[in-house]
Design a protein around this ligand. Structure first.
Ligand code: AMP
Ligand code: ZN
Length: 472
C-alpha cells in the first residue's frame, strides 16, 4: 500500500488514484534562463523516484512537466524583471535562443541522469492560447481586475486562498526587497497577464485579445503561475492525482495555481501535493552570487560519475534538507563503487540457480520503503542487505540473485552501474595463476597478480577460488 505525506493536510495519507491503475502527475518544471544547479536537479531526481515507485507498484503513469520559458519574474510574487529577459540581456542572446539553449541542456541532463521522461513536456510559450482562454473565463467570473502593468487575480474573492499554505494574510507583505505595487487590491493578488512595458519591445510578447484587455490594445505575456494551471487543465483534466514541486512553491506558486484552477473548475486541482525540501551547498543556500551554484558539468569535469550524484541525493529523504559537499559526493561515489564490485560478480559466480529468498525479501522491503512516502534512505539500506548477502556468499552466490539486485537498482533508483566482464586474455591469466597457486609457485602467482593489477584488476583469493574486482 502506498502512502504519501500530503502538504495540505500535513498527514501521511494512503494513496488512491482517481482511476484505478493509472496516475496523473504534474511536475513544475525548470525556468530555462540558466543551467540547472544541483539543487534543481535534486528536485527532479526526487520526482523520478515517485514515477519509478508507482510504475514498480503496477500503475501506469501519465505525467506532464512544463518548461517555463516566459513569465517567471525575479520575485515569485510577480515583481521585478522577467528572469529570461534579464539573462538574455546578460548573455547577449534573444529570450528564444536562451530558452532553446537551456531547454536542450535540461533534456540532455535528464538523459544523463536516467530520469524517466514525462509523457508530455510542454513549454509555456506553446500554451499562450490556452492561458488566454483561462484568463477570459476567470474574467467572466468576475475574478480579475486590470491595472497599469497587467491583469491580476483578486485573491480576496477566493476565500480559501490562505488554506493550502496556512498563510497569515493579515501580515503578508509584498516582495520584501521590492516596493509594493500600490495599484494591487491585496498584497497576495498575482498577475495572470503582464503588459509589455510601453518603452520596450520584448522578444516574447503577444497581443492581448480585445475581450480581455480594457482600453487601448496592449502586448503582453502570461504570468508564471498560469502556465501550470492551463497545462494541467488541457493535458490532464480538472483534477489530477499528484502535483509535485519544491517547498518554495507552497506559499506562492502552488497557492496561486490552486486559486485560479479551483475558481475556474470548481474542483480540487490535485488530490496529493508532494514537496521536496532544499539541497544546500556547503551548508548555504544555492545562489549564483555566492558562486556555489554547482552544475552537472562541474561534477563531470571532476570525473565523478553522475550516478554517484543521484545516489548522494537519494541517501536523504525528499522531505529533509540535504547538504552537497564534494566530500559527501565522493563518499557516495565510493558507495557506488562498492555496489559495482558486488555486481561484477555476476560474471564470476558458479551458480545461476533460482533466486534466494533472502535477496527477494530484502528487495521487497526496499520497494516497500519506497512505497512509504518514497523513503529512499531505507530502500538503500535494504538494497545493501541484499548486496551484502550476495557478497558473503562469494563464488557460491547466484548470478540470478545478483541480476535481481542490479535490476532493482536500475528500475527503482534509476542508477545504472557500468560493469564489464574481463577479457578472454585476462581470464587466461587468472587460470594460469590458479594453476601456479596449485603448484605452490608463489613467484609466478604474484607476478600474474601484478600483471592484472596493472590492468586495474585486483584479485582476492578465497576458499572457493579467485575473485576479481575492477580498481577505480
Ligand atoms: P526554477 O527553475 O527556479 O523554477 O526551479 C526548478 C525546480 O527546482 C523547482 O521545483 C524548485 O522548487 C526546485 N529547486 C530550486 N532550488 C532548489 C534547491 N536548492 N534544492 C531543491 N530544489 C530546488
Ligand atoms: Zn507550477
Amino acid at each position: 500500500m502506498l502512502r504519501f505525506y500530503n502538504t495540505p493536510s500535513r498527514l501521511y495519507e494512503p494513496f488512491a488514484p482517481i482511476e484505478s491503475g493509472s496516475v496523473s502527475i504534474y511536475t513544475c518544471g525548470p525556468t530555462v534562463y540558466d543551467y540547472l544547479h544541483v539543487g534543481n536537479w535534486s528536485s527532479y531526481i526526487r520526482w523520478d523516484i515517485l514515477v519509478r515507485t508507482l510504475t514498480l507498484s503496477g500503475y501506469s503513469v501519465n505525467r506532464v512537466m512544463n518548461i517555463t520559458d516566459v513569465g517567471h519574474l525575479v520575485s515569485d510574487e510577480d515583481d521585478g524583471q522577467d528572469k529570461m529577459v534579464k539573462s538574455a540581456l546578460k548573455h547577449k542572446k534573444t529570450a528564444w535562443e536562451l530558452a532553446k539553449l537551456y531547454t536542450d541542456d535540461f533534456m540532455i541532463g535528464m538523459d544523463k541522469l536516467h530520469l524517466a521522461k514525462p509523457q508530455h513536456i510542454t513549454k509555456a510559450t506553446d500554451f499562450i492560447k490556452e492561458q488566454l482562454t483561462f484568463i477570459r473565463e476567470l474574467k467572466d467570473k468576475g475574478m480579475t481586475y486590470q491595472i497599469d502593468d497587467g491583469i491580476y487575480f483578486d485573491t480576496a474573492k477566493f476565500p480559501k486562498y490562505a488554506d493550502f499554505a496556512r498563510l497569515d494574510l493579515e501580515n503578508l507583505k509584498d516582495g520584501a526587497r521590492i516596493a509594493p505595487n500600490p495599484q494591487k487590491r491585496n498584497p497576495s493578488d498575482f498577475a495572470l497577464w503582464k503588459f509589455s512595458p510601453m518603452d520596450e519591445k520584448r522578444d516574447m510578447e503577444w497581443d492581448t485579445p480585445e475581450d480581455i484587455v480594457e482600453g487601448a490594445p496592449k502586448k503582453g505575456f502570461p504570468g508564471w503561475h498560469l502556465e501550470c494551471s492551463a497545462m494541467i487543465l488541457n493535458k490532464l483534466g480538472k483534477t489530477i492525482d499528484i502535483h509535485t514541486g519544491g517547498i518554495d512553491h507552497i506559499p506562492v506558486h502552488h497557492t496561486n495555481e490552486i486559486a485560479q484552477s479551483q475558481t475556474l473548475t470548481g474542483k480540487p486541482l490535485a488530490h496529493y501535493w508532494l514537496h521536496n525540501n532544499f539541497l544546500l551547498v556547503n551548508g548555504t543556500k544555492v545562489s549564483k552570487s555566492l558562486g556555489n551554484s554547482i552544475v552537472l558539468s562541474d561534477i563531470e569535469k571532476k570525473k565523478i560519475d553522475l550516478m554517484a550524484f543521484k545516489l548522494f541525493v537519494l541517501q536523504s529523504h525528499y522531505q529533509t534538507e540535504s547538504n552537497f559537499t564534494w566530500e559527501n559526493l565522493m563518499a557516495a561515489n565510493n558507495r557506488l563503487n562498492n555496489w559495482g564490485s558486488v555486481i561484477e560478480r555476476k560474471w564470476q559466480v558458479k551458480s545461476s540457480a533460482t533466486t534466494d529468498s533472502k535477496v527477494t525479501r530484502a528487495l521487497a522491503s526496499a520497494l516497500e520503503a519506497l512505497q512509504q512516502d518514497l523513503d529512499t534512505p531505507r530502500a538503500i539500506i535494504h538494497v545493501e542487505e541484499a548486496l551484502n548477502y550476495v557478497e558473503t556468499r562469494g563464488l557460491e552466490a547466484s548470478a540470478v540473485d545478483i541480476m535481481e539486485v542490479e535490476s532493482f537498482i536500475q528500475n527503482g533508483f534509476g542508477i545504472y552501474i557500468l560493469t564489464n566482464d574481463i577479457t578472454a586474455g585476462q581470464k587466461l591469466t587468472l587460470k594460469e595463476r590458479a594453476q601456479a597457486r596449485q603448484n605452490k609457485d608463489w613467484k609466478t602467482s604474484d607476478h600474474l597478480r601484478d600483471i592484472l593489477k596493472n590492468q586495474k584488476i585486483e584479485v582476492k583469493d578465497t576458499d572457493e577460488g579467485q575473485i576479481w574486482s575492477r580498481l577505480n
